[in-house]
Design a protein around this ligand. Structure first.
Ligand code: ATP
Length: 233
């Protein structure tokens, strides 16, 4: 579904992705793990089109998309849940969800709103509350719900467990599994490497802008370098 080849990206003159190659097959959860500053968010932004690339190709279902602007990539069914949620704080829960569907041409949002509320029942109880008044965990659920409203086939999830209480982390992870079981393809960036590997099919390790390791989640989990550097074992 997604194929990234030799992608480079820079902030000004400073290159932070140095030729990243990876792929995500339809129906997979692929986790991208790595330390702070490794380039995970930059790569997510490069896929969604928020961050320009300076070289390489990004293909979605075979089509090169790296020249397409971010708002067009959303219409190709790629949605990003950004790091730090970035909900529209003054707007209600309902309007945040409706804005997630902005690019859709079909008018009937109700079935999708109902589906998001079934995944996150809390959202329905806070329907008219400004998103800025929600807790971090509630905002995370809203951010995922908002991305789902675009009807993605590929979901880019950047640090969904960041700052959440452990019970909420479990809930968010179980929703990610349920979305996969529903057929969604997911690229997941997580600092919480053990959680990310527990739900992934495959994983890549990104270090200072380069992929240094890839394999099935089971292979990565048992790699001695990963155990030491990312799993605290
Ligand atoms: P984190 O987990 O801390 O978000 P990350 O793996 O997602 O880390 P990035 O945020 O992609 O890493 O950052 C990669 C490199 O690019 C880092 O050295 C970072 O300081 C730098 N960087 C990120 N955003 C910018 C920016 N807007 N301007 C300049 N440099 C940036």
């Amino acid at each position: 579904m997604l194929s990234i080849e030799n992608v480079t990206s820079a902030y000004g003159r400073i290159e932070v992705l140095h030729g990243v190659t990876l792929h995500v097959d339809a129906g997979e959860i692929v986790s991208l793990i790595g330390a702070n500053g490794a380039g995970k968010t930059t790569l997510m932004h490069a896929i969604s089109g928020v961050q320009p690339i300076t070289g390489g190709t990004i293909r979605f279902e075979g089509e090169p998309i790296e020249q397409r602007p971010a708002h067009v990539r959303v219409t190709f069914a790629i949605s990003q849940v950004p790091e730090g949620r970035q909900v529209f704080e003054p707007l209600s829960v309902k309007d945040n969800l409706r804005l997630g569907a902005w690019t859709r041409r079909d008018a009937d949002l109700e079935p999708d709103i109902a589906r998001v509320c079934a995944l996150f029942p809390m959202l329905k109880t806070m329907w008219k509350t400004p998103a800025g008044a929600l807790s971090g965990g509630q905002q995370q659920m809203l951010a995922i719900g908002r991305a789902l409203m675009a009807k993605p086939r590929l979901l880019l999830l950047d640090e969904p467990s960041m700052g959440l209480a452990p019970n909420l982390v479990d809930h968010v992870l179980s929703v990610i599994r349920a979305l996969k079981d529903d057929g969604l393809t997911i690229l997941l960036v997580e600092q919480n490497a053990s959680a990310a590997l527990a739900i992934a099919d495959r994983a890549y390790v990104l270090e200072t802008g380069r992929v240094t390791l890839s394999g099935t989640a089971a292979e990565i989990q048992t790699d001695s370098r990963v155990k030491e550097a990312y799993l605290g074992i």
